[in-house]
Design a protein around this ligand. Structure first.
Ligand SMILES: *Cc1c(COP(=O)(O)O)cnc(C)c1O
Length: 386
């Protein structure tokens, strides 16, 4: 018989209980929000905890960080005021002239920063096609490459990169691997366990899940000088996640597993329904068996593919925009990973100079009734293309 007392708790239990939060003094089971901008020293003129000032952090944010670090199997996690500010803390702490290897198609904000820094000669940047490990290997320069960036699944085509294989290639070149698995949060993919050195998530998306916070979560496998530098950068930039947002994030994360499972089930139904549909050229969803990266996606997410997909409609750019306009249930809005479904014409949002099919619509599938969502897309497709 198994020993129940020593049985490790599953991530969904720990999430539901916010890592079994308990205020010893009051018995409260929900963390309080600490809004103070400054902290008084004690009678010996010493700092009481690690906080002197609002930019240092706060106990609410630390609780959220502890939850994510535990979920990721990380030694430490830092929360930032947005996903982009977390990414920028990593990028800005690279040394001038460092070589980095990044996907040629990825979240457009991060890509723009790499392109900008390459133009300013602050970084040397090489690109690889997402999911293409040979191209990734060729792009690495032994002893020179400092960081390999993997986004998986990849915006907005949802290609999947084998993280364990990418980690081996990065490490063979003497580089660190950072993964952006915003589309598959740690209840599905734990990148550090697969060999990544940094695991990043835009917590704005699935981790919070309610479209009312922007936040970035950066977790690390081993502490080192670079991590300390990132910590210092966050403090000086003032980009630590603030306490009210951390409170909302903790509340959101309690239902992460439920929300993510439901989004996956809905997305599987929708992708299957529209694959081969007369008005749809292509459905891009790693959960479909026809997807070229299906096997690695299945392994890497344990079958929890999530709610992100794209459809390429039969018709031109305007027809795709019309489908997004004509939806009555899907909100025509950017972002992803919330409980409500969103539709977005990606080319309009990512702008010129970004490789994206002009008739591609990115769908973030929420937790509504799948039949309602299917009916909404059907009527929009009919009106735009029928
Ligand atoms: C949204 C997003 C980001 C940026 O995060 P913000 O919280 O919007 O700043 C980075 N990577 C991916 C994959 C994203 O979806």
């Amino acid at each position: 018989m198994s020993d129940r007392r020593n049985r490790p708790l599953s991530p969904s239990t720990k999430l539901a209980q916010a890592l079994r939060y308990l205020d010893r003094e009051t018995g409260a089971i929900v963390p309080p929000i600490q809004p103070s901008a400054t902290y008084a020293r004690d009678e010996d003129y010493a700092v009481r905890r690690s906080y002197m000032y609002r930019r240092d952090g706060n106990p609410t944010t630390e609780q959220a960080e502890a939850i994510i670090a535990d979920l990721e199997g990380a030694v430490d996690c830092m929360l930032f005021s947005s996903g982009m500010s977390a990414c920028m803390s990593v990028i800005d702490t690279l040394k001038p002239g460092d070589h980095v290897v990044v996907p040629e198609v990825m979240y457009h904000g991060v890509l723009q920063q790499f392109q900008r820094y390459a133009k300013l000669h602050r970084l040397e940047v090489s690109y690889y096609r997402p999911g293409d490990l040979d191209a990734l290997r060729d792009a690495c320069r032994k002893g020179k490459t400092r960081l390999v960036w993997v986004e998986s699944p990849n915006n907005p085509d949802w290609d999947v990169t084998d993280i364990a294989a990418a980690a081996e290639l990065a490490h063979a070149a003497g580089a660190k691997l950072l993964t952006d698995c915003t589309g598959t949060p740690p209840c599905a993919t734990r990148a550090l366990e697969l060999g990544a050195d940094f695991s990043f998530h835009s917590a704005t998306k699935y981790l919070n899940g309610h479209s009312d916070v922007t936040a970035g979560a950066l977790s690390v496998r081993n502490m080192d000088a670079w991590w300390e530098e990132i910590e210092g950068h966050r403090k000086l930039q003032g980009t630590v996640l603030q306490s009210f947002d951390a409170f909302l994030l903790i509340r959101g994360m309690r239902t992460l597993t439920l929300r993510y499972e439901r989004a996956t089930l809905n997305a599987l139904r929708i992708a299957t329904h529209f694959e081969g549909h007369p008005q749809v050229r292509k459905v891009l969803y790693p959960g479909l068996e026809s997807h070229p990266d299906h096997d690695i996606a299945k392994r890497q997410t344990h079958g929890m593919y999530g709610g992100m997909m794209s459809i390429i409609v039969k018709g031109d750019e305007q027809a795709a925009i019309d489908v997004a306009r004509f939806c009555q249930l899907f909100y025509p809005a950017t972002s992803l990973g919330g409980v409500e479904s969103l539709i977005e014409h990606r080319k309009t949002v990512s702008g010129e100079g970004f490789k994206v099919h002009p008739a591609l619509l990115r769908l973030s599938i929420g937790i509504e009734d799948a039949d309602d969502l299917i009916a909404d897309l059907e009527q929009a497709l009919d009106r735009a293309l029928g």
